[in-house]
Write a protein of this length. Structure first.
Length: 594
């Protein structure tokens, strides 16, 4: 699944096109994705969407528009369906009005296609998709393996609490307060969920207009260990609840050429009657040998859950520990999906937390921080062996000055490297003592090596600042260094979490930074918090801050750098949620790989 990252110049809707050239074929094939989403559609309330229609040819055209409805009971209307004598390069505006029925459809349901024809040929179109005001599903994820849900630690450790989280985006023009209810089931398919021992639950999440937010709860399982399935159900005023699940399998010590068997249970929840369950595979590694012990289960639900075996065999010479999916297992009942799980290619001893940015990893602890010249700081992290065999890993420590792309060194660290043996299911803390050469913010890096797996890298670079008073402009600067013999063009992008829409945030440069070989540049991030202009505004801000604090939400500003569509670094400004006085933490990565 090839992919690149694109940093858009402004927000809103776009049409994307992919051109495909194949050896031996003269024709260039292309595919487009042109969708209208993000409107807060409400039952029986008309909604109008203006859209442009252009003439892409070299001569005048009469363009005819048509509608292809996908759902019954919707009112659909175009302001005009014939555009006569459209000149080359001319663009005219048309309005599509849709009126939803009383009952809204499921998330992701297509509503209507709008198509444009000229001289009997299709020249373009778009599809209108229904999405809730605050959607939870990401198009690239199946509903049982949603990446917006976080579980830390994962797999679970017996007797240790776990933090559960969810990440939400709000594409609408007004702030939203969403109620999220978390529940947990044992790993498998069709097993019942429970909300026990989760607090606070449900939790309210403040999601700013055109922004994103994260909410957190704590789960205290009485005796659970290993893998689990986490479900999040969102309640949005005026809409039916929507849900999402994260059910993933990790931790097996896979070996090229050797089959590995995973036994998993299959039940019938939420059905209250016996059902026939059909199982299927969606392979993400086509060169792997992957199979199920059975694909049809009858009378499921008439007794205890049934067991099925998934067997995967990595090919000889394959690279392991890449972090991506291996296979999805899906269960179907009466043509509807019952559930599923995703098997991931994750090393048995992971160091990265999937729900965190690679440039702001919390698994590294530095005490005291910020470091003081000549005063020892303790560097530590917890290693967890998620497999059923003893694992031996190598740890290497490093540090760099504050910034991006600055080479790491290990002078002043004792030990600089360590070899750690972890028995099955064990967690162990590894430490190094660091004597900094200078005071202030610096970056610490931990590299983990495990035989047969790709190296893993974790970084943490934190700068602590006090939060400025409202109305005062605060400027943060950081250096980007190109440690390569080639010129590097860095695409810069900004994303915020839990940040109110009226905060003023700018970056300079805002789009790209071109660095000659072995040179450096400076990026500035300017933040200005507005002052409430009335008691009502102040109370609203205090309420939002209180909701954020109760959900464990911290306002974040991420500025990321990409080279040729690949993430190579980023900074994170973190604001404590207290109102009005708070502290600030800045996380910076420091390594560009060309």
């Amino acid at each position: 699944h090839p992919a690149i990252v694109w940093v858009p110049p402004h927000e809103g809707l776009y049409c994307f096109q992919v051109e495909i050239e194949m050896a031996g074929h003269r024709q260039i094939y292309f595919s487009q994705r042109n969708m209208d989403v993000g409107e807060p559609l409400e039952p029986l309330v008309p909604h109008s969407r203006p859209f442009p229609v252009g003439n892409p040819t070299r001569g005048p055209l009469t363009i005819t528009l048509g509608l292809v409805p996908h759902l019954p009971g919707w009112g659909l209307e175009l302001s005009q369906d014939v555009l006569p004598s459209v000149l080359p390069g001319e663009v005219r505006q048309v309005i599509l009005t849709v009126t939803p029925p009383q009952e809204l459809p499921a998330d992701g349901s297509p509503i209507v296609d709008v198509e444009a024809f000229a001289q009997g040929q299709l020249i373009g179109g778009f599809r209108k998709i229904f999405r809730p005001a605050v959607p939870i599903h990401r198009p690239r994820d199946p509903i049982y393996a949603e990446s917006e849900i976080g579980i830390d630690p994962y797999p679970l450790v017996a007797g240790q609490t776990a933090q559960l989280s969810v990440e939400l985006f709000n594409p609408t023009d007004r702030d939203r307060i969403i109620t999220a209810t978390f529940s947990v089931a044992h790993f498998g398919i069709g097993l019942p969920f429970s909300t026990a021992n989760i607090a606070p639950n449900p939790v309210r999440i403040f999601v700013p207009a055109h922004g994103a937010a994260r909410g957190h709860v704590v789960w205290r399982p009485p005796d659970w260990a290993g893998k689990a399935c986490v479900r999040v159900e969102l309640e949005i005023p005026g809409q039916e609840p929507i849900w999402s699940q994260r059910n993933i399998d990790v931790g097996e010590p896979l070996v090229p050429g050797e089959p590995h068997a995973l036994i998993f249970p299959v039940g019938s929840w939420p059905y209250t009657r016996p059902v026939t369950v059909h199982l299927g595979l969606i392979k993400h590694r086509e060169d792997w040998d992957i199979s199920l012990s059975q694909t049809e289960l009858t009378a499921v639900g008439s007794g205890p859950p049934l067991t099925v075996t998934l067997t995967v065999t990595p090919p000889l010479g394959s690279r392991l520990g890449l972090g991506g999916p291996i296979v999805d297992v899906e269960a179907i009942v009466d043509g509807q999906i019952l559930g599923g799980f995703r098997k991931m290619d994750v090393p048995p001893v992971p160091i990265h937390k999937p729900h965190e940015k690679g440039y702001a990893e919390s698994e590294i602890r530095i005490d005291p921080y910020p470091p003081v010249e000549g005063r020892d700081s303790d560097i530590s992290t917890d290693l967890q062996n998620n497999s059923d065999v003893t694992m031996t890993v190598e740890i290497a420590y490093g540090w760099a000055q504050f910034g991006m792309g600055i080479p790491f060194e290990n002078a002043g660290m004792d030990p600089m490297t360590a070899t750690v043996e972890l028995p099955p299911g064990m967690t162990r803390t590894v430490e190094s003592t660091w004597t900094p050469r200078g005071s202030g913010s610096q970056c610490v890096q931990i590299r983990l090596k495990s035989a047969g797996y790709e190296d893993q890298l974790s970084q943490r670079n934190v700068h602590v600042e006090e939060r400025p008073p409202c109305g005062e402009t605060k400027v943060f600067t950081f250096t980007v260094f190109n440690d390569s013999p080639l010129t590097a063009t860095v695409d810069l992008g900004t994303i915020t979490f839990n940040v109110p829409a009226d905060w003023q945030i700018t970056t300079v440069p805002s789009d790209t930074l071109t660095l000659p070989p072995y040179s450096e540049g400076v990026v500035t991030v300017t933040v200005k918090l507005p002052c409430p202009d009335s008691r009502q505004t102040r109370l609203a801000a205090e309420d939002a801050a209180a909701i954020q604090a109760a959900a464990g939400s911290t306002p974040l500003i991420d500025v990321e750098g990409y080279i040729a569509g690949k993430l190579v670094g980023g900074i994170e400004l973190q604001f404590r949620a207290a109102w009005p006085e708070s502290g600030r933490t800045l996380y910076l990565p420091v390594l560009f790989n060309n």
